[in-house]
Design a protein around this ligand. Structure first.
Ligand SMILES: [Zn+2]
Ligand SMILES: [Zn+2]
Length: 173
C-alpha cells in the first residue's frame, strides 16, 4: 500500500486504496478477513511535507466473547501520518522513532504506509468482541446458546429464588 509522493499535487487531495488483509500481514493470528482493507486518504501537501489522514474500513470474522459464535465485525478506524522529504539527515527507526512521523530522503518517490495501516487495524479490534450488544451468551448451567434456544435452566433459577424466600420465611417462624 504505497503513496506516490511524486504524483501528489500541492494542497489538498484525496485518494482511495484497497488491499487484501493478507498482503498487509493481517491474516493469521488475527483471524479471517471478510473484505479487503479499504483506506481513504486525505493528503495536504506543502512542498515536501505531506500530512495524511487515513480512514480505514474492513470486516473481520471474530468470535463472540459471550456465545462463542463467529460473526462479522465491521472495523472502522483512522490514523494520521506526517511524511517529510529532506536532503538532511534521515531518521533511522532507532532514532527516537515516532510512528506518526516519517522522514525520508528527497529522492524517495513512493512511501509504503502498509505497516501504519496494519497497526491501526490491530488497535481497532474490540477487546471484548460481541456478536450483538444484547447477546445473551451461553447458559452457565447447560451451555446452550441462549440466543437460539430457551433452556429450562432459567425457570430453575427463579425456583432457587423462591427457595431463598421460603427459607427466609421459615427462619422467621
Ligand atoms: Zn454472541
Ligand atoms: Zn440452560
Amino acid at each position: 500500500m504505497k503513496v506516490d509522493l511524486e504524483r501528489t499535487p500541492q494542497g489538498l487531495s484525496r485518494i482511495q486504496m484497497d488491499e487484501e488483509a493478507s498482503s498487509l500481514g493481517l491474516e493469521s493470528e488475527e483471524g479471517i478477513f471478510l473484505s479487503a482493507v479499504k483506506v481513504v486518504l486525505r493528503i495536504n501537501r506543502r512542498g515536501d511535507d505531506f500530512s495524511l489522514i487515513g480512514v480505514i474500513t474492513t470486516t473481520a470474522e471474530l468470535e463472540c466473547s459471550r456465545c462463542l459464535e463467529a460473526y462479522p465485525q465491521k472495523i472502522e478506524t483512522d490514523f494520521i501520518l506526517h511524511i517529510r522529504r529532506t536532503d538532511g539527515k534521515v531518521m533511522s527507526p532507532s532514532d527516537d522513532f515516532d510512528e506518526d512521523y516519517v522522514v525520508v530522503p528527497r529522492t524517495m518517490q513512493r512511501v509504503d504506509i502498509g505497516e501504519r495501516v496494519r497497526q491501526a487495524v490491530l488497535l481497532a479490534f474490540p477487546v471484548k468482541p460481541l456478536c450483538d450488544p444484547n447477546c445473551l451468551g451461553l447458559c452457565p448451567h447447560c451451555g446452550a446458546n441462549r440466543n437460539e434456544v430457551h433452556c429450562q435452566c432459567q425457570s430453575e433459577d427463579s425456583g432457587e429464588g423462591w427457595q431463598v424466600l421460603r427459607d427466609l420465611w421459615q427462619d422467621r417462624s
